[in-house]
Design a protein around this ligand. Structure first.
Ligand code: PHE
Length: 339
């Protein structure tokens, strides 16, 4: 009889039930009037008197254990039921707030999209650069005052290492490892040592473009920029090019677009000129091609560079540059629909 009790004890330890029916079947098998434990209770009468105490204790243990085990299994089912009852099926989606894309990312992506459709691919390069890629290869002579045009952050212990002041460094990196035809845009963050105000920051973002091939002319440059301006600011947009100076382009120009607030009539936004400046451009100086391993007798090229903040300001009329880096969600949420 003791052996039988031991066997049942082990059996009960391993009991599982996957449904209420299975659980009820277990209850009947072990705990009902005709169940295994009751059968043992009946047999208990025949146990010799000197063993009654030991067998009786064991039998009680078995009964308790069976009751406990079945109660635990039952509880597990009931908990599951409770969970289902708490689930509110009338509720809509969980109130998970989706983030919004940063306005500068939105505009950068739009610029990239337009130029991708014109056949430009994206090139990337490091923000911590060396003097060669930022200045020397871009035709800034040593000690030339042109280096002062861009207030540079240098790494103190390594005067040759600096934070790039423009993404022209990526143009240099592309040219030194490839031969024309080259048609790339270089989006990225740049740094300049400027006092932070509503109109200047110590870092901002640029997209520069470079096209080098046989017979590339200023006309090609102008046409691509017109296409860009009209895609970005609307088909009525006009452009004008004013002569300018950059060490790495010759001739150089600055491009204005017709003010999209007054349509060129003149308003406070364009300071009553009807035009707003958006980018710098020009034909790549042959000295730059040569410095980067491209034969300037065979190839010509154009380059342009624009500030993403500037374009974003024009498109969305953000008056204070600092808004872009403050991460104020009230500002960022304004761009939800532009995502
Ligand atoms: N690198 C220039 C700047 O940062 C912009 C530019 C790029 C101008 C290419 C002309 C051609 O100001």
């Amino acid at each position: 009889m003791l052996a039988k009790i031991e066997q049942l004890l082990q059996e009960i330890d391993g009991l599982t039930a996957h449904s209420a029916e299975e659980l009820e079947a277990l209850r009947i098998k072990y705990l009902s009037k005709k169940g295994a434990i009751n059968d043992l209770m009946t047999d208990f009468r025949n146990v010799p008197a000197d063993q009654k105490k030991a067998v009786g204790m064991k039998l009680n243990e078995l009964k308790n254990k069976a009751q406990e085990r079945i109660a635990t299994l039952k509880e597990a089912f009931e908990n599951q039921d409770n969970g289902a009852a708490e689930l509110d099926l009338t509720r809509t989606a969980y109130p998970i707030e989706l983030g919004t894309r940063h306005p500068l990312s939105i505009v950068r992506n739009e610029i990239i999209n337009i130029f991708s459709r014109l056949g430009f691919t994206i090139a990337d390069g490091p923000e911590v650069e060396d003097d060669w890629h930022v200045f020397s290869s871009m035709n800034f002579p040593e000690d030339h005052p042109a280096r002062d045009m861009q207030d540079t952050f240098f790494i103190e212990s390594h005067p040759d290492i600096l934070l790039r002041t423009h993404t022209s460094s990526v143009q240099s990196r592309v040219m030194e490892v490839s031969q024309p035809p080259i048609r790339v845009i270089c989006p990225g963050r740049v740094y300049r040592n400027e006092a932070i105000s509503y109109r200047a920051h110590c870092f901002f973002h640029q997209v520069e473009g470079l096209y080098v091939d046989k017979n590339v002319s200023f006309t090609d440059l102008k046409q691509v920029l017109l296409q860009f301006a009209q895609e970005m600011f609307g088909p009525e947009t006009k452009i004008r090019l004013r002569p300018s100076y950059f060490p790495f382009t010759e001739p150089s120009a600055e491009m204005d677009i017709s003010c999209d607030i007054c349509g060129g009539e003149g308003c406070p936004f364009c300071k009553y000129t009807g035009w707003v400046e958006i980018l710098g451009c020009g034909m790549v100086d042959p000295a730059v091609l040569e410095a980067n391993g491209i034969d300037s007798k065979i190839y010509t090229g154009y380059a342009f560079g624009m500030g993403v903040e500037r374009i974003t300001n024009l498109k969305y009329k953000v008056k204070d540059l600092r808004m872009f880096s403050e991460n104020d969600t009230r500002f960022l949420k304004e761009f939800e629909s532009a995502n």
